[in-house]
Design a protein around this ligand. Sequence first.
Ligand SMILES: Nc1ncnc2c1ncn2[C@@H]1O[C@H](COP(=O)(O)OP(=O)(O)OP(=O)(O)O)[C@@H](O)[C@H]1O
Ligand SMILES: [Mg+2]
Length: 226
Amino acid sequence: MAIVTFGSSKGGSGKSTLCVNIGVARKLAGSDLLLVDADPQQSLTQWSALREANQVEPYLENVQRVGEGFGKSVLEVSRRYDTTLIDVAGHNSDELRAALNISNLVVLPLRPSNFDAWVFASDLRLLEQARIYNPGLVALVCFNGLSFAPAVRAREVRDMSEVLASYTGFQVAQAGVGQRAAFNRSVALGRAVLEMPEDTTPSGERARNEIITLYRDIFTRLGEST
Ligand SMILES: Nc1ncnc2c1ncn2[C@@H]1O[C@H](COP(=O)(O)OP(=O)(O)OP(=O)(O)O)[C@@H](O)[C@H]1O
Ligand SMILES: [Mg+2]
């Protein structure tokens, strides 16, 4: 039973995008999966509703949980599934802090900008607090929204890695995720990029490879088969 949160207190970093894409990858690998929407803005719920309306298979079980008793309630429902993914709102919320207390791993999407890096420093304090109760919590930073131009992307990764070098308490994903139109195209259909084989553009192919790499990275770190 693994609980993975897509969390950071920076809005728009890519939590919901990565959550739905990793969720589909996990489901396609045969896991009994639950998605938990812990954001009052309900991105995950709306994507799931669109998915159902468009009759996209496989069906992904999803629930909404916010407010009092969040941690206990999610922990209870998660016992019925192999994998639970939680998508939280983009600020320092009660749900984010509670999710960190009950998760095995948190994915922290990080865009290549100093504004995002500054907020990340405050997220590290949240991780420290969560580890008082949940010492095994793995924190995985995933660079998201990297440039499509290889030289620019390499520089973004180098610059962000330098910024992160002064902090501890987290690991960095093997590979980042690019800024790719394929993500928006798939979300608009209630799908994930892995469910868009007809998208043979470089954007589509690269997005699929990046999600497969991130998926394997997350679940290998949890000691689970992929
Ligand atoms: N790798 C990417 N390539 C292209 N667009 C992306 C990528 N990641 C995220 N986006 C876009 O950026 C915007 C914010 O992404 P998303 O909603 O996933 O972030 P979030 O962290 O969940 O935001 P919030 O904090 O509001 O919940 C969305 O329009 C999404 O489609
Ligand atoms: Mg979101």
